[in-house]
Design a protein around this ligand. Structure first.
Ligand SMILES: Cc1cc2nc3c(=O)[nH]c(=O)nc-3n(C[C@H](O)[C@H](O)[C@H](O)COP(=O)(O)OP(=O)(O)OC[C@H]3O[C@@H](n4cnc5c(N)ncnc54)[C@H](O)[C@@H]3O)c2cc1C
Length: 229
């Protein structure tokens, strides 16, 4: 990283040290980052942070899988076939390395008071879903579908038995929405690949009668695009 930028980035960004890594699924690696400056942040389930990856010049966004208010964040990074700097960072980052990251942000977050919660997305979205599901009590009404490349890519999510799990290619996420026909009235959380997010949103609003304000969407990536935020 150019040395002139260091003081500026130091002021704007938080920093931490990688204290744990774990292969959570076939292609998803959990990275735990700790520092006193990460203590007591205002974090809502579903929020994300921007991380400086590679040589420090690329910025990629990752959902908070877990937040420990005593000073630790945990991310889960997918090693996808497109192999950009984010995936390379997630694959190679090691205990002891310093990481620079932004403050938690974003409005793709759990609406705790919703009458029911419906989740649609794929591997990358399941990280944010994991944080949201972990915050929901046993009696919450939960449904939805998560699509992964193979069953070995399924993250261990709380309440995962209330979700349908799809293997990519066998059927599509939009087909799963039609099959599930979630009734309007709750909140739907839709994230992952940009075009699928758009299709699922249209299905919920136009075919199933959902109020568009009750469908929260967040494109996480798109074929051919780099580093969506
Ligand atoms: C709000 C938000 C939250 C996110 N949370 C997570 C998260 O928790 N975990 C996570 O792994 N990612 C998450 N992402 C995606 C992440 O920010 C990066 O886009 C992703 O890691 C790819 O970065 P890259 O540098 O490897 O590839 P890029 O340089 O960004 O992209 C290179 C190419 O790779 C392909 N590609 C990118 N992503 C995928 C994919 N998932 N599957 C197949 N092909 C792909 C595309 O064709 C793309 O053009 C999130 C994104 C957003 C906006």
């Amino acid at each position: 990283m150019p040395s002139l930028l260091n003081p500026v980035i130091g002021l704007l960004m938080l920093r931490g040290i990688v204290t744990e890594t774990e292969q959570l699924t076939a292609r998803m690696r959990r990275v735990r980052i700790e520092d006193d400056s990460l203590a007591g942040l205002d974090v809502r389930p579903g929020q994300q942070v921007r991380v400086l990856v590679g040589s420090g010049l690329a910025r990629r966004t990752y959902s908070l899988w877990r937040y420990d208010p005593s000073g630790a964040v945990e991310l889960c990074v997918l090693d996808h076939a497109g192999a950009g700097p984010g995936a390379a960072w997630g694959r190679g980052v090691a205990v002891g390395e310093q990481v620079r990251l932004g403050r938690p942000e974003g409005s793709f977050t759990l609406r705790p008071d919703a009458t029911h919660h419906v989740f649609f997305g794929e591997e990358t979205a399941s990280v944010a879903f994991g944080a949201m599901l972990a915050a929901l009590p046993e009696e919450a009404r939960i449904s939805g579908c998560v699509e992964t490349e193979t069953p070995a890519d399924r993250l261990p999510l709380r309440h995962s038995d209330r979700l349908d799990w799809l293997t990519r290619g066998a059927t599509s996420l939009p087909d799963a929405v039609r099959r599930l026909t979630p009734e309007p009235g709750g909140v739907a959380y839709v994230a992952g690949e940009a075009r699928t997010v758009q299709t699922v949103r249209q299905l919920l609003v136009r075919e199933l009668g959902w109020n568009r304000r009750s469908v929260l969407t967040k494109p996480f990536w798109a074929p051919g695009r780099r580093g969506l935020e």
